[in-house]
Write a protein that binds this ligand. Structure first.
Ligand SMILES: [Zn+2]
Length: 225
């Protein structure tokens, strides 16, 4: 009974914790579990926030999504994929192949980047999955549920991976994406109609043009159970 589950949301929404929770339950049920995540530089000088629990499973860093197919054992029942947003589009086909092979595939990842745009392969992954869990964080500005990731610092042209201090969770209304994005234009059009929900300025045009990646979660090499 293979299937695909997606756990998505902004940074600080607890996606990895939810992934780990599901994997832990599978292990209690004596199902063989394997976890993969994209190999990204500087992700491995990790703090060990989750190491309060002694049990851990190694998550295997892979260069390309296709490597997962080679590395999955035949007797594996549950495949965890963390940071799924960083894989290329082929992760969608690979997740489906694994599901057709009878495996339960659980993908965790950011649904939006820091500009509020759909992130990488996540939209298609969401579409083909059997189950979607969209988690929210807490908006650091107003305290409402946060769906978006705000980039607060850094060279906007670079890929900032694993620098969690450069991001914070915000709700739709407190999120200030860069002025060039679709999201910003949407907001601007609402403002011009005089029905904006709050007085947030749209002057934060500092987020520049390249599709920099908003990183997610703890930069841990291992998923700890
Ligand atoms: Zn807010």
């Amino acid at each position: 009974m293979g299937s695909i589950e997606v756990v998505c949301g902004s940074m600080f929404s607890g996606k990895t914790e939810e992934l780990v929770r599901r994997l832990k339950r599978a292990q209690i049920a004596r199902q063989k579990v394997q976890v993969f995540k994209p190999k990204i530089d500087n992700r491995y000088s990790s703090d060990h926030v989750q190491s309060h629990d002694a049990t851990r499973i190694l998550s295997i860093p892979v260069e390309h999504a296709r490597n997962i197919l080679d590395l999955v054992d035949d007797n594996t029942r549950v495949v965890g994929i963390d940071e799924a947003q960083f894989f290329d589009e082929s992760i969608v086909e690979i997740a489906q192949k694994l599901a057709y092979r009878g495996m339960r595939v659980i993908c965790a990842g950011l649904d939006m980047d820091f500009r509020g745009q759909p992130f990488g392969p996540m939209p298609r992954l969401l579409a083909v999955s059997e189950s979607v869990t969209k988690l929210s964080a807490v908006c650091v500005v107003c305290g409402n549920p946060a769906s978006r990731t705000q980039r607060t610092a850094g060279d906007q042209g670079t890929v900032a991976v694993g620098a969690k201090e450069m991001y914070e969770a915000r709700c739709r209304f407190c999120h200030e994406p860069d002025l060039d994005t679709y999201q910003s234009r949407l907001r601007a059009s609402v403002h011009s109609l005089g029905s904006a929900s709050n007085g947030n300025s749209l002057t934060s045009g500092s987020n520049a043009s390249s599709p920099a990646l908003a990183s997610n979660e703890q930069p841990t090499h291992e998923v700890l159970l």
